[in-house]
Design a protein around this ligand. Structure first.
Ligand code: HEM
Length: 398
C-alpha cells in the first residue's frame, strides 16, 4: 500500500527479494495527508511455502539462539512446541501479542520481524526420524583455521530472530524461549547488527567492522532460488534450506597495523567503494587475469575474493551476515579494546555441495585468514514454511 511505499526499507534494493507491507489500517488509510508511515508498522508475511528471514532483505538486528532439547522431548512434544511457536510467530509478526505474552505492549511494533526456525541432528533422533535427516546435517568438517569454542558450537534447535528494532527482537526472543521452557533450554545466543534504518539510503551493501563493503557478490534469492532452496531431493525438505552459522572473530588489533593498500590487496577490492581492484564500480566483475606493471595479477593469487570464487556455479550460497561487537575479554586479555567479528550466516540447498568446498578452499589459502578466526560453527536444517492452520515443521513431524 501507499504507507509501505513511503517507507524506505533498508536493504530492500539489490538482489534481495520480498517486500514488507504496512497494515491496512494506519496512516495510509486514515486519509491524513502527509502523515509519515512508521517503519515499525512494517510487516513481513509469515505464511507461505518458504520461511521468512532467508530472502528477506536483512533487518538491522539479529538474535540467533541455539537450544538443547530437554530429555524426554519426543516427537509429540516437538509437535506441541512447533504449534506454540508457530502461533506466537504469526501473532508477533503481525504486531499482536502472543497468547501468554506478559508484556503485550512490546508486541505492537513488528518492524519487519521475522523468526526462522531450524533443526539440528538431535530433532531427528528425538522424533525417531533419523532416516529423514539430510546427509549434510551435522558438524562441518574440521578446518585448519578453526579455533572453535564449544560455547558457540552446534545446537538441537535454532531460532533466527531479526527485526529493524532491537526491543522487538528482545521481546520476541524472550517470549519464544519462555514458551519452549518445558522442551528445551538455551545453548548459546549470538547477537548481530547492521546499520540502522534511515542511516543510509536503502539497498546499500553493508560494511563489516573491518570497514569493507561485504555482500556485493551474493546469490539473488529469486534468480538463484534453486541454489538457496531444497527442491525436495530430501523429501520433506522441499521449500526448506540449510543454515550454516560461523562465528568469525576479527583480529582488529593486528588489522590496525595494516595499511590501506595492503588491506585492499588482501580482499582484491577497494575500501572506498567496494569495486574490484580491476574495476571502477562496486558491481563491476573482477578481472582475475588482469596483470599490473610488474607482471603480477592485480588481484593476487591469495586475495579473498579470488579464493572465494569458483568456476563451479553450484558452489555458491546466500550470505546473510551480521556484525557483532561484544565486551572485550579483559579478564583474560588485559588491555583488549574489543571482541568483534561476524555472525556469518549462510543459506544453501546443500551444505556439502555448496558451502564446504568454498570453506575448504579458503582454509587452504586466503590472505584474510591472518586477521579472522572462526570460533563457532553450527549447521541446521530449515524446514519449509507453512500455510494458515499448519505448523512449522509439519512436513517432517506431522
Ligand atoms: C566476498 C569479507 C569470510 C565467502 C567477500 C567480500 C568481503 C568479504 C569484503 C567482498 C565483497 C563481496 O562480494 O561480498 C569477509 C570477512 C570474512 C569473510 C570479513 C570473515 C570475517 C568468508 C567465509 C566464506 C566467505 C568464511 C565462505 C566460507 C565469500 C564469498 C564471497 C566473499 C563466496 C564472494 C566472492 C565472489 O564471488 O566474488 N568476503 N568474508 N567469506 N566471501 Fe567473504
Amino acid at each position: 500500500g501507499a504507507a509501505a511505499g513511503a517507507v524506505a526499507v533498508a536493504g530492500a534494493g539489490g538482489a534481495w527479494a520480498g517486500r514488507a507491507t504496512a497494515p491496512a489500517t494506519g496512516a495510509a488509510s486514515s486519509g491524513t495527508a502527509g502523515a509519515l508511515a512508521l517503519h515499525g508498522d512494517l510487516r513481513v508475511p509469515f505464511h507461505g511455502p518458504r520461511q521468512a528471514g532467508v530472502e528477506t532483505p536483512p533487518q538491522a538486528y539479529l538474535t540467533l539462539v541455539a537450544l538443547n532439547l530437554a530429555p524426554g522431548t519426543d516427537r509429540d512434544a516437538l509437535v506441541r512446541l512447533m504449534r506454540i511457536w508457530t502461533d506466537d510467530v504469526v501473532r508477533l509478526t503481525e504486531g499482536r501479542p502472543g497468547l501468554t505474552d506478559t508484556e503485550p505492549e512490546l508486541a505492537e511494533v513488528p518492524a519487519r520481524l521475522t523468526v526462522t526456525v531450524g533443526y539440528g541432528p538431535a530433532v531427528f533422533t528425538a522424533a525417531g526420524l533419523d532416516d529423514r535427516r539430510p546427509a549434510w546435517l551435522g558438524p562441518l568438517p574440521a578446518f585448519a583455521v578453526d579455533r572453535l569454542e564449544d560455547r558457540w558450537n552446534d545446537g538441537d534447535l535454532v531460532l533466527q530472530v531479526c527485526a529493524d528494532d532491537e526491543v522487538t527482537v528482545s521481546h520476541a526472543v524472550r517470549m519464544l524461549l519462555r514458551e519452549a521452557r518445558d522442551f528445551a533450554s538455551v545453548r548459546w545466543l549470538q547477537k548481530g547488527f547492521r546499520r540502522s534504518v534511515g542511516s543510509e539510503p536503502a539497498g546499500r551493501t553493508m560494511r563489516n567492522l573491518m570497514g569493507q563493503i561485504d555482500g556485493t557478490r551474493n546469490l539473488d534469492p529469486v534468480a538463484d532460488a534453486p541454489l538457496v532452496w531444497s527442491d525436495g531431493t530430501d523429501g520433506w525438505l522441499a521449500g526448506g534450506t540449510s543454515m550454516v552459522v560461523r562465528r568469525i572473530r576479527m583480529e582488529l588489533d593486528t588489522w590496525d597495523e595494516v595499511d590501506r593498500s595492503t588491506r585492499e590487496a588482501v580482499m582484491g577490492r577497494r575500501l572506498a567503494d567496494g569495486a574490484p581492484l580491476t574495476g571502477e564500480k562496486e558491481h563491476d566483475e573482477p578481472d582475475l587475469e588482469a596483470v599490473g606493471p610488474h607482471g603480477l595479477t592485480v588481484i593476487g593469487p591469495a586475495a579473498h575474493v579470488r579464493r572465494a570464487r569458483t568456476s563451479d556455479p553450484a558452489e555458491r550460497f546466500l550470505r546473510r551476515a551480521y556484525s557483532y561487537d561484544d565486551a572485550p575479554d579483559v579478564a583474560t586479555d588485559p588491555g583488549a579494546l574489543s571482541s568483534s567479528g561476524l555472525v556469518f550466516v549462510t543459506f544453501q540447498a546443500d551444505v556439502d555441495r555448496q558451502f564446504v568446498p568454498v570453506q575448504r578452499r579458503l582454509d587452504e589459502v586466503d590472505l584474510l585468514n591472518e586477521w579472522t578466526t572462526p570460533i563457532g560453527s553450527a549447521v541446521f536444517a530449515v524446514p519449509p514454511g507453512c500455510a494458515e492452520g499448519e505448523f512449522l515443521g509439519q512436513a517432517l513431524l506431522g
